[in-house]
Design a protein around this ligand. Structure first.
Ligand SMILES: Nc1nc2c(ncn2[C@@H]2O[C@H](COP(=O)(O)OP(=O)(O)OP(=O)(O)O)[C@@H](O)[C@H]2O)c(=O)[nH]1
Ligand SMILES: [Mg+2]
Ligand SMILES: [Zn+2]
Length: 334
């Protein structure tokens, strides 16, 4: 029997099947192999007991892709949810989510929620100016007043979409509004900080319409680019790839280098986008420095042998030579 994992609570996997929701555990072999299973995975079940609706997971089938933050599998689309107010819109944070989608090669849709409490019309204009230019789909919603949902529904059609964004922006509220029921728990943002209080704790896949699935996720905001090289950051900003005339210098980071030909792109780039770009480049530079220090360290622990670098192995880890073993046996014999 094949089913789809909709929720994971410690060792229990809730799997949607034709016969209903099955509570499954991993087979011991899978556990030993440390096979990780994610919300959204299709799995093969065995030893199904119809009375208790329990079974064991044999294996994962047909995993098309995997997102590691938030963790989910077989995702066709990311919907980045931001609030226009409470919590205030943070452009740098939004650029972080977008850049992560670009890194994962998944096109994001930008959803700006809580439009019912934001009176500043210039904010919408600013958003459109920044993000429409680079081709991202933008929608405005209010989960509370149920506006914008008709625009969101066709985007979700025949997709498995994952909602991601900071805590309190209204991800769970949006799904409740789409389902027309209070299925998911939601909570007011903190009075003091106007930030969310991490209500959703697990990823959960829900069917919002026939063949349209959506994954609710816990809010998160710690996304840093401390795993890429500085030269890789420009690939995450569409502005650099959309224009043909760009800077071709291999090592140029387009951050004020003499002779940089990306000057026109930077001139046209909204300030907030360029600021985000420079910040991510700095994070990547820290990473580059860290790995170069590490490699110097490992080189110091190496010695040359026939023109090859051989890493020194500590005495404890090194295998004894045959001569030493023979001597030991000899000593034991006498
Ligand atoms: N005014 C207004 N309030 C909203 C809207 N959407 C959500 N809220 C409120 O915002 C608060 C947080 O909403 P949640 O749906 O819990 O937010 P979340 O993004 O799921 O948060 P986490 O689960 O912590 O990641 C709740 O009090 C909601 O009622 C909206 O469109 N307008
Ligand atoms: Mg939530
Ligand atoms: Zn350049």
């Amino acid at each position: 029997m094949i089913g789809r994992v909709i929720k994971i609570f410690s060792d229990f996997f809730y799997v949607a099947t034709d016969l209903g929701i099955v509570e499954a555990k991993l087979r011991t072999v899978l556990k030993k192999q440390k096979e990780e299973i994610y919300t959204g995975d299709y799995v093969e079940l065995a030893q199904f007991d119809a009375n208790s609706m329990q079974a064991f997971i044999l294996k994962v089938v047909n995993r098309k892709n995997l997102i590691t933050k938030p963790k989910a599998a077989n995702i066709s689309q990311v919907i980045i949810v931001s609030a226009l107010k409470e919590p205030d819109l943070n452009f740098e944070q939004l650029d972080r989510y977008i850049a992560h989608c670009e890194y994962n090669k998944i096109i994001p849709v930008l959803c700006f929620n809580k439009e019912d409490i934001q009176e500043d019309i210039n904010l919408k204009k600013k958003i459109n100016d920044i993000y429409e230019n680079v081709g991202y789909k933008i929608i405005y919603t209010s989960a509370l007043k149920k506006t914008g949902l008709e625009e969101l529904k066709p985007i979700l059609k025949s997709n498995t979409s994952i909602l991601c964004g900071a805590s309190g922006v209204g991800k769970s509220s949006l799904i409740n509004a789409l389902l027309n029921e209070t299925k998911l728990r939601t909570q007011n943002v903190s009075d003091k900080t106007k930030r969310g209080i991490h209500t959703t704790r697990h990823c959960e896949l829900l069917e919002v319409d026939k063949d349209s699935f959506i994954v609710d996720t816990p809010g998160f905001s710690h996304l840093k680019f401390d795993f890429l090289l500085p030269s890789e950051i420009q690939k995450l900003f569409k502005e650099f790839s959309l224009k043909k005339e760009s800077c071709k210098y291999k090592n140029c980071l387009h951050t004020g280098e003499i002779g940089c030909k990306a000057i026109d792109i930077i001139k046209d780039m909204p300030l907030s986008r360029y600021e985000s770009y420079k910040k991510f480049v700095l994070e990547a530079k820290d990473y580059e420095e860290k790995i170069s220090k590490k490699s110097i360290k490992s080189e110091k622990g190496s010695k040359y042998n026939q023109n090859k670098i051989m890493t020194k192995i500590s005495h404890k880890k090194r295998n004894s030579s045959r001569k030493t073993i023979k001597q030991k046996i000899y000593r034991e014999e006498i």
